[in-house]
Design a protein around this ligand. Structure first.
Ligand code: ZN
Length: 281
């Protein structure tokens, strides 16, 4: 009897295993949350009254700052602004300062699918950094943004005298390529609800706000699925108390639960980018 009591009172091996797995998952999620918050950094300078948030501009060395900043123009970028068009000449490079742009692959029948995201951590117009004049993708503003733009001809001159900037852009090209390879696998292997959670986390990291405006049309491009599937997935996340989604306004209610709801892709992306940033030379 006492032996039976012992078995009833003590957690079974499988329960212990589950508890351990849960604890490890919590530690992992908490570590990832810290990781994503590490991307954030305080603005340290301004340009013509605008605080510079763009990661690449903020990290320019003194020796290159003047050459770049003297050619910059601050611009407001409303939703749907096309920063570069597929196979067209690139007119400007953009250092986004707020908001979010989406890199889209456009098919011959007009269907679009998102293959990458660029916010204030990056630069739009990467082919220019290696002397290419056009882009194979369309980059469009999906969350109202601001940015510093520089003409293609000015950039060509800047690149000749700013090796640190060129290196930063090449590094960012690697980060964007990483996103694209992960998103390609994600779109094929993971369910819409997990992909939506992953996308919301990636967007929140870049806009640093728990609320943003987002149409279902955009969401269906982002996730490469029908609007009806997006509605169902958003409904599931909303029902579970992770987000609210009303009239195009998304509000993230529980960041930690959203991280748990996401597929592995978000965690892999943030972990790899953190590794690169911490172990670069
Ligand atoms: Zn995924």
């Amino acid at each position: 009897m006492s032996l039976l009591k012992h078995f009833v009172a003590a957690p079974s091996a499988s329960i212990l295993c589950k508890i351990r797995r849960l604890r490890l998952h919590k530690e992992f999620v908490s570590k990832q949350f810290k990781t994503s918050s590490k991307i954030k950094s305080e603005p340290f300078q301004s340009f013509k009254g605008q605080i510079v948030h763009n990661f690449i501009l903020k990290n320019l060395p003194d020796s290159e700052r003047e050459a770049v900043f003297s050619k910059m123009e601050f611009v407001d970028l409303p939703v749907n602004t096309e920063l570069n068009e597929t196979f067209e000449l690139i007119k400007y490079g953009y250092f986004l300062n707020s908001g979010l742009s989406s890199v889209l692959n456009v098919m011959l029948d007009g269907k679009r699918i998102e293959v990458g995201l660029t916010g204030k951590e990056g630069f739009v117009g990467l082919p220019l950094a290696v002397g290419f004049a056009t882009s194979s993708t369309l980059t469009i503003i999906q969350i109202a943004a601001t940015g510093f733009r520089v003409s293609t001809s000015d950039l060509e001159n800047i690149f000749r005298t700013c090796p640190f900037l060129v290196r930063s852009l090449n590094r960012y090209a690697q980060e964007l390529a990483l996103q694209q390879t992960q998103v390609a696998a994600c779109n094929r292997l993971h369910i819409v609800k997990e992909r939506l959670a992953r996308w919301l986390l990636m967007s929140q990291d870049r806009v640093e706000s728990s609320s943003f405006l987002l149409t279902q049309e955009f969401l269906s491009h982002m996730l490469g699925t029908r609007r009806a599937s997006v509605t169902v997935a958003a409904g599931k996340l909303q029902k579970a108390g992770l987000i609210t989604y009303k009239r195009g306004q998304v509000h993230v209610r529980s960041r930690s639960k959203l991280e748990q709801a996401s597929c592995e892709c978000y965690h892999r992306l943030t972990r790899q980018m953190e590794t690169w940033r911490n172990n670069s030379h």
